[in-house]
Structures are given as C-alpha cells and as structure tokens.
Design a protein around this ligand. Structure first.
Ligand code: HEM
Ligand code: HEM
Length: 244
C-alpha cells in the first residue's frame, strides 16, 4: 500500500505512536440498490418540480401562444419521470427477493419485536441531541427504517397507483393503465379527490427528502460511521466511539 510519503507501508510498520488506525468496513448496499437509489432520487426531484407546476401553472409565458408548449413539456417530463420511478420500483422489489439481507429492510417493519421499538426510541433521543455516543448499524437504524417504510415505501405505492390512475384519464378506459389502476377511482369519491391526494403525497415526499438529506449529512458527521459514501461505494466504514 502506498501513502503520501510515497514509500511502501506494511501493517507491521504502523506503530502505537502512529496517528494511523485500522478501520472496519462492511459491504452493505449492492450495486443495484445504489443505482436504484440515485435514479429514484433524480426521478422524484423531477416529479416534485414538474408536479408542483402542474398543480400551480405559471400564469403567463412570453411570446406567441402557439409557439409555446410549456405545460406540454412539463407534463411530458412528469410522465417520463413517473415511468422511470415505476419501472425502477418494480426492479427494486425484485431485488428485495434476490439481494442481500439489507435490500429487504425497506419492505419490512419488525412490528412485533420489542427491542426494535426500543431502538426506535433510542434513535429518537439521539437525533434530539439527548445522547452523546452513537449506536452503530450495518443497515439502516431502526428510526430510519420506520420512516423509510411508513413514508417512503407506502408512499411509493400510493403515488404510483394514483399517478397511473390519473394518467388513465388521458389514455382511456381500454388502456392497460386503466385496467391496472382504474380501481383507484372506486376508492376515492371522484377524480378531483384522487388529484388532491396525489398532490398532498408530493408534500409528504418533499418533507421526507428534506429530513432524509439532513439525517444523512448529520449522521455522516456525528454517528462515527460512513453514510453518504456508503450509498456510493456500498461499503460502511466504522470508526471507534470516542470512549472506546
Ligand atoms: C442528495 C440527496 C440524497 C442523499 C445524500 C441521500 C443519502 C442516502 C443515504 C446515505 C442512504 C443510506 C442510509 C443508511 O445507510 O441508513 C440513503 C438511503 C435511502 N434513500 Fe437517500 N439520499 C438522497 C436523496 C434521496 C431521495 C430524494 C430519496 C427519495 C425521496 C431517497 C430515498 C432513500 C431510500 C428509500 C433509502 C433506503 C434505500 C434502501 O434501503 O434500498 N434518498 N440515502
Ligand atoms: C413521488 C412521485 C410523484 C409526485 C411527487 C407527483 C406529483 C404530482 C403533482 C403535485 C401533481 C399535480 C396535482 C394537481 O393537479 O394539483 C401531479 C399530477 C399528475 N401526476 Fe404525479 N407525482 C408523482 C408520481 C406520478 C407517477 C408515478 C405518475 C404516473 C405516470 C404520475 C402522473 C400524474 C398525472 C397523470 C398527473 C395529472 C397531470 C395533469 O392533469 O396534467 N405522477 N403529480
């Protein structure tokens, strides 16, 4: 192994008074999970921005009306990102069956395990700055898993079902979108209600994204284990706790 000095270094060269320490890393997130994460993050960003403008369209655009297809472009981007999101979600569900243990965390809540809820509470106090030493987890921490399952996973099924139901209003009663998602209109009193709930879902995803990015950056700095680079390389690096 070669370091800044340019000379070859072997484990035996590292002495007690050396500032270097050994770290443990564990391979957690496989490539398909990582690729899916970043593609989905991008798709959801596009869906939020374009969805917002579908709900609150710009009042006027400059130039000849016939030269402009602004809302057409916004809707096209929304539907394209919607397809990317839905196909990616199907692939992610498939990967939960064939991938490693951690790829299933997103779809399962250990609801009946007492120690799991203890972990959720513990993490809540850690996030509230009431603890000084972090706990380490190979996969998601219990609180992260709770929010990911209840807001993200359930939210994805909801947004995809209501989104494709609204899409079926354009493609018609004999379309596959209506055959698969037409039942959504049997649950809600009318089409406007589906639209309003789909819109409300956007704000759930906006809130999730803000908290999620805050938590990822915060834990990267404070929890003495790697976070953001873990979603890039797949490897979680553990550093010692200050008391260890
Ligand atoms: C700059 C933006 C983002 C960063 C830095 C980021 C970072 C991360 C990190 C570090 C993890 C792993 C957490 C852990 O190991 O416990 C993760 C997981 C996850 N993120 Fe993000 N994320 C971003 C954007 C998003 C967005 C926009 C969404 C969706 C709204 C999202 C949804 C998820 C989900 C569902 C997981 C769990 C993945 C799984 O178990 O398969 N992320 N993210
Ligand atoms: C997290 C994902 C999504 C978000 C945040 C989102 C957001 C939105 C918002 C805010 C609106 C405007 C509602 C209103 O009129 O006030 C909308 C409309 C719509 N969305 Fe989504 N959406 C998502 C996923 C999808 C998916 C997967 C599809 C499926 C193709 C889809 C299809 C539609 C359709 C067809 C409309 C109505 C368009 C129109 O009337 O011009 N959405 N979306």
């Amino acid at each position: 192994m070669s370091i800044q000095t340019g000379r070859d270094v072997h484990a035996a060269d590292i002495t007690d008074d050396d500032a270097s320490v050994q770290r443990t890393t564990i391979y957690v997130y496989e490539a398909p999970v990582r690729a899916w994460h970043w593609i989905t993050a991008l798709a959801i960003t596009v869906l939020i921005v374009t969805g917002y403008f579908i709900g609150s369209p710009p009042l006027s655009v400059p130039g000849e009306a016939s030269d402009s297809n602004l809302m057409g472009v916004i809707r096209f981007l929304h539907f394209s990102a919607g397809y990317v999101l839905a196909i990616g979600w199907l692939a992610r569900i498939y990967w939960a069956f064939v991938g490693n243990h951690h790829s299933r965390q997103l779809f399962m809540l250990p609801f009946w395990r007492r120690d799991y809820w203890g972990g959720v509470l513990w993490e809540a106090t850690w996030y509230a700055f009431l603890r000084t030493e972090p706990k380490k987890y190979v996969g998601h921490n219990p609180l992260a898993q709770f929010v990911m399952f209840t807001v993200f996973t359930l939210g994805m099924f909801f947004m995809i079902a209501t989104g494709f139901a609204l899409y079926a209003e354009g493609t018609g009663l004999d379309s596959w979108q209506y055959a698969l998602f037409g039942w959504v209109f049997d649950i809600f009193p009318n089409s406007q209600s589906v639209r309003t709930w789909h819109h409300l879902g956007m704000w759930a995803f906006v809130t999730y994204t803000i908290l999620h990015i805050y938590a990822a950056v915060r834990e990267d700095i404070m929890s003495r284990q790697s976070m953001i680079s873990t979603m890039i390389s797949g490897e979680r690096m553990f550093k010692d706790n200050r008391d260890d």
